[in-house]
Design a binder for this molecule. Structure first.
Ligand code: ADP
Ligand SMILES: Cc1ncc(COP(=O)(O)OP(=O)(O)O)c(N)n1
Length: 270
């Protein structure tokens, strides 16, 4: 039996809804063996981010080496990278181990407003990491900052996706959760450098969406690790996050986490 191996390089969320914790839960639920390299430790819960403690680049590099020299990875996801130094270090390691199935979730600002990436590091993300991205998964505000353009319409999103491919990403999945129109339907847009594909779902009226972006990108990563194509991975990730949002856990006093076992439970009961 072949075991799909998925590595996440991201920050730790003590509240368990986003970051490394969301990624590993998602990998496990989708039957990929999860591994991690932690870039920063955050003290965080459903009310917000209370503290950020970045790791040294030596510590990040050593964790990645520990996996690259022994277990290996079929797909890699990057999340919160915090600084230009960590971005450059991760980019070097991705190249050293020749990892190609790389999902870059360009995490910048948490829902509560905390900066998870230093403003001056957006340039490093663009220059060092985007050319290595097999898939990049920005939300609309992240896509705006990466492309220096305002995104209002679907046409704007398409223009931004073309720019991201011009920067070197092979595929763009632009998430629609932050659509300024707040429409009843959410459209996540996939661009493969040639064609656009729209993935539509019902917008749930809930405050329990902490970690949706991490979970969605981790689900894509798990599917890629298992050998599926991007066009096949995105609908699975979409069904995974929809179930995780709908079957809410009602945890915490603020933006609660999503339910990472909902997708499996739904399938088991079919
Ligand atoms: N209220 C919601 N109802 C249903 N799906 C949602 C909702 N909010 C976000 N999603 C889905 O969750 C994923 C993450 O979206 P988004 O919120 O845009 O990203 P991020 O968490 O990075 O800000 C996307 O697939 C999006 O369609
Ligand atoms: C440690 C850590 N990494 C990433 C995030 C952002 O996660 P995201 O999925 O974008 O969800 P929100 O924070 O926006 O709800 C995070 N909060 N912490």
């Amino acid at each position: 039996m072949t075991i799909a191996r998925a590595l996440t390089i991201a920050g730790s969320d003590s509240g368990g809804g986003a970051g490394i914790q969301a990624d590993l839960k998602t990998f496990q639920e989708l039957r990929a063996f999860g591994m991690s390299a932690i870039t920063a430790v955050t003290a965080q819960n459903t009310l917000g981010v209370q503290g950020i403690y970045p790791m040294s680049t030596e510590a990040v590099a050593q964790q990645i080496d520990a996996i690259g020299e022994d277990l290996g990875a079929d797909a890699v996801k990057t999340g919160m990278l915090f600084s230009s130094e960590i971005i450059v270090c991760v980019a070097e390691k991705l190249q050293q181990y020749k990892w190609e199935k790389v999902v870059v979730d360009p995490v910048m600002i948490a829902k509560g407003g905390a900066a998870l990436l230093l403003k001056e590091s957006i340039r490093a993300l663009k220059q060092s990491l985007l050319p290595l991205a097999y898939v990049v998964t920005p939300n609309i505000p992240e896509a705006e900052l990466l492309t220096d353009m305002q995104i209002i319409s679907l046409e704007d999103r398409k223009e931004a996706a073309r720019k991201l491919v011009a920067y070197g990403a092979k595929h763009v999945v632009m998430k629609g959760g932050h659509d300024p129109a707040e429409a009843d339907e959410i459209v996540d847009l996939l661009y493969d450098g040639r064609d656009f594909h729209e993935f539509r779902s019902e917008r749930k009226a809930t405050r329990h969406t902490h970690g949706t972006g991490c979970t969605f990108a981790a689900a894509i990563t798990a599917e890629l690790a298992k050998g599926y194509s991007v066009i096949d991975a995105v609908p699975v990730a979409k069904a995974f996050i929809q179930a995780a949002i709908e079957d809410t856990l009602h945890l915490g006093q603020g933006h609660g986490p999503t339910n990472h076992w909902a997708y499996r439970e739904r399938r088991n009961s079919q």
